[in-house]
Design a protein. Structure first.
Length: 202
């Protein structure tokens, strides 16, 4: 039976990249995630770097399940709407969100969940305040903190949007250069009196 250990750490939902980075650092040290729950992580002793760990909001659609099967990824736990997956590193890069659009879409899903929680706490907090409940401040505090989290998510989304515009601008420029080059490309070479005459089409 392999050696295991359990650690307790807290990550906010908008800190999923930080959480994923920590889990992969543990895997590089030879402790691969075996199971994950609420603020609880169980690791098993493996070869250093044997697994790559990824996090994603769970999707119950058949397409998502098929996608995970195609990636040969193993589910190793979940916490509310979050899923934890690992895959053997020898299979190659393990990227669930490999392009900017998919990363933005993932952030939108996270933002939607946080927004609903924020609005729910705000509504409950305001209602409890007018009804005289003693713990109304707690819901208002949660709503404030979740609003801060929404700001963090929005900032990440804007950064990805800028990255997408940069990529699109670069490829647009390359296409323009290619079109200009095509207008002046050498169309044929033929021999004439022992030399070559270059004919250019415009």
């Amino acid at each position: 039976m392999s050696e295991t250990k359990t650690l307790h750490r807290n990550f906010w939902v908008w800190e999923f990249e930080k959480e994923e980075r920590w889990l992969n650092e543990m895997a590089q040290e030879g402790w691969a995630l075996q199971n994950a729950g609420f603020c609880t992580y169980t690791f098993e002793k493996t070869e250093p770097g044997q697994y790559i760990i990824r996090l994603a909001m769970l999707d119950s659609s058949p397409d998502f399940e098929s996608f995970m099967e195609e990636l040969e990824a193993q589910s190793v736990g979940h916490c509310f709407s979050w899923g934890y997956f690992r895959r053997i590193a020898q299979l190659g890069p393990f990227d669930m969100f490999s392009d900017v659009d998919s990363r933005i879409s993932h952030l939108n899903k996270i933002g939607q969940m946080v927004r609903l929680l924020c609005l729910a706490n705000l509504l409950i907090g305001v209602t409890n305040t007018f009804s005289g409940a003693s713990l109304a401040w707690l819901n208002l505090l949660c709503a404030t903190f979740l609003a801060y989290g929404l700001g963090r998510i929005s900032s990440k989304r804007e950064s990805l949007g800028e990255e997408r515009q940069l990529h699109e601008g670069f490829f647009s420029l390359m296409r323009r250069i290619f079109r200009v080059f095509k207008k002046f490309i050498f169309t044929r070479l033929y021999s004439d009196a022992g030399g070559y005459i270059i004919v250019i089409s415009k």
